[in-house]
Write a protein that binds this ligand. Structure first.
Ligand SMILES: O=C1C[C@@](O)(C(=O)O)C[C@@H](O)[C@@H]1O
Length: 463
C-alpha cells in the first residue's frame, strides 16, 4: 500500500516532497537522530524522505529506554495540493508508524487553508499541519481550534513569514486558551500585517472571559473567501484596506449608516440565521474623537449650540476612500461644511455630491488656504509606515487649521501631526479613532460591553 500511494502522490504535478534542508550523508543523519535519543529528546523529527531509517531508530530508542515520540514530517513545495492528494500523503506518513505527523505547505491563497483544517478530521495520529507564507498564518493560529497537535513559532529577531512569533502566540493570541468552541474573528485586508487589531482584541476577549480569537486574514478575493468559510465558526470580521467598499456586495444586510456611507468595516455573522450583517464603526469613532478634542480645548463656541463643535465649521478632507467616506458622512451629520480632495477627482466629486460639499482638484491641495478655525482630516495612507516621511498637505498651509486629524495610526505620531502641532493646531491621532472603532466592533462581535479602560490602557502601553 505504501509504495502504491507514494507513486500516486509523486505523480501529482505540483507535488514536490522536499526533505528539509539536509543534504548530507544518510548515515550521519541517523547518527544525529540516535544522539537525540541518547540525550532524551522528547520529540524527534524525521523527514518522510528519510523514514526508511525508522526501524533502526525505534530499535535504538528501545535500547535506551527512550519515551520520545517520533514526528515524521514533510514539506510540500508549491501551492497546497487538492484535498485527496493531501489525504493520500497523510496516509503514507501514517503508514511509517510515526507517533505524530507533520505536514507543511506554502499557501498561495487563504482559501487553501480550509484543506489543511479538514485534514484534522481524518488523521488517526496526532497531526501538525500548517501553511507558511503571510496568507497561511491562520493555519497556525487556528490550529488549536481545529485539532492541531503543536503550533510552531519563530524566535524573536528571526521572523519567518507565516509563522507567528513565539511572543505573539502567548501575549497577543493567547493560543493556550483556544479550543474547539472558540469563535473566530478576523481582519480581512490586503496587506494585513500592519494591523494592531490582534494586540487589542485578543487580550480584551480574555479580559471579559469571552472565548474568541482575532486573527489577521490576508485576503486576495472576497468572493472566494466568503464562499470558502461560510461556517458559524467564523463569527465576525473587521474589514480593512482595500475592501471597505467592495465588501458591501457580500453582506446580506447592511446597517443604514454603513449603507449611506457606502463603506463597511465590521461584519457579524448573525447567529440565528448565519446572515452576514455589515456595520460601520469608523464614522462615529473618528467624529467623536475630533469632537471630544475640540470640546476639551474649549472650542465649543459659535454654532456649537447646534449640538456639535463641528457645526458650521469648514472640514477639509483628504481622501475619499472607505475611511474618507465615513469621515465625510460623520462631519456632514454634525453640520460641518466639506471640501474634499482625492487623487481621483471623480471619486472626490461623487463623495462631495453625496454630502453636499465641494470637491477640488488634488493639485490645488498644496496651495489650499483654509479659513481660520477649519478642521483638516487625512484619510489617505500617506505617512503610514514605512513611508513615514510623507505628508499629505503643504506644511505652510497648516497654521490656519484649528484641529488636524490623521487616520493613519502607524506610526502613532505621523509627520502630519508633528508639523500641525508645531503650527499650533490641536491634533488627534489615528490611534484614537482606531481604539474607538475597535470598541464598537468588540460590542458587536461579542454582544458584551467592551472593557473600554482596559482597551485604552493597551493602546497607551503597546502601540
Ligand atoms: O481602518 C481600520 C483599521 C483596521 O483595518 C486595522 O488595520 O486593524 C481595522 C478596521 O476595523 C478599521 O476600520
Amino acid at each position: 500500500m505504501t509504495s502504491k500511494s507514494f507513486s500516486k502522490i509523486s505523480h501529482y504535478p505540483c507535488l514536490l516532497l522536499t526533505g528539509g534542508l539536509y543534504e548530507g550523508d544518510e548515515n550521519k543523519r541517523l547518527e544525529a537522530l540516535q544522539l537525540a535519543v541518547e540525550l532524551s529528546a522528547d520529540f524527534i523529527d524525521v523527514e518522510l524522505k528519510a523514514a526508511s531509517c525508522l526501524p533502526t531508530l525505534v530499535e535504538h530508542m528501545r535500547n535506551h529506554n527512550s519515551h520520545g515520540k517520533i514526528i515524521v514530517s514533510c514539506y510540500v513545495d508549491g501551492t497546497t495540493p487538492p484535498h485527496e492528494v493531501l489525504l493520500q500523503l497523510v496516509e503514507l506518513m501514517q503508514a511509517t508508524g510515526a507517533d505524530i505527523i507533520k505536514l507543511v505547505t506554502l499557501a498561495a491563497d487563504i482559501t487553501e487553508i480550509k484543506r489543511i483544517f479538514s485534514l484534522f478530521l481524518y488523521c488517526q495520529v496526532p497531526l501538525i499541519a500548517y501553511s507558511v507564507g503571510e496568507r497561511g498564518l491562520i493555519s497556525q493560529l487556528l490550529s488549536p481550534k481545529f485539532g492541531g497537535f503543536f503550533v510552531y513559532g519563530s524566535l524573536a529577531g528571526n521572523p519567518i513569514p507565516g509563522l507567528p512569533s513565539l511572543d505573539s502566540i502567548q501575549e497577543a493570541y493567547k493560543l493556550e486558551h483556544v479550543n474547539a468552541d472558540t469563535k473566530v474573528f478576523g481582519l480581512i485586508s490586503k496587506p494585513v500585517s500592519h494591523s494592531r487589531g490582534p494586540i487589542l482584541h485578543n487580550p480584551s476577549f480574555k479580559d471579559v472571559n469571552y472565548n474568541g480569537i482575532y486573527v489577521p486574514m490576508f485576503v486576495d478575493d472576497l468572493k472566494k473567501f466568503f464562499s470558502t468559510y461560510p461556517s458559524p465558526d467564523f463569527s465576525g470580521f473587521s474589514v480593512g484596506i482595500p475592501y471597505k467598499e467592495e465588501v458591501l456586495r457580500f453582506c446580506d444586510e447592511v446597517h443604514p449608516l454603513a449603507q449611506s456611507i457606502g463603506a463597511v468595516n465590521t461584519i457579524i455573522r448573525r447567529p440565528r440565521d448565519g446572515k452576514l450583517v455589515g456595520y460601520n464603526t469608523d464614522c462615529e469613532a473618528a467624529i467623536t474623537a475630533i469632537e471630544d478634542a475640540l470640546i476639551e480645548h474649549g472650542c465649543n463656541d459659535g454654532e456649537a449650540s447646534l449640538g456639535s463643535p463641528l457645526a458650521g465649521r469648514l472640514f477639509v478632507l483628504v481622501g475619499a476612500g472607505g475611511a474618507g467616506k465615513a469621515l465625510a458622512f460623520g462631519a456632514k451629520s454634525r453640520g460641518a461644511r466639506l471640501v474634499i480632495f482625492d487623487i481621483d477627482f471623480d471619486r472626490a466629486k461623487s463623495l462631495a455630491c453625496a454630502v453636499f460639499g465641494e470637491a477640488q482638484p488634488f493639485k490645488e491641495l498644496v496651495n489650499f488656504q483654509p479659513e481660520k478655525g477649519a478642521i483638516l482630516a487625512n484619510a489617505t495612507p500617506v505617512g503610514m509606515h514605512p513611508n513615514t516621511d510623507r505628508i499629505p498637505v503643504a506644511e505652510a498651509t497648516l497654521e490656519d487649521y484649528r484641529l488636524v486629524f490623521d487616520a493613519v495610526y502607524t506610526p502613532r505620531r505621523t509627520r502630519l501631526l508633528n508639523e500641525a502641532d508645531a503650527a499650533g493646531a490641536i491634533t488627534v491621532a489615528g490611534v484614537e479613532m482606531f481604539l474607538r472603532q475597535a470598541i464598537g466592533q468588540f460590542n458587536l462581535f461579542t454582544g458584551l460591553e467592551a472593557p473600554e479602560e482596559f482597551m485604552r490602557e493597551i493602546v497607551l502601553s503597546k502601540f
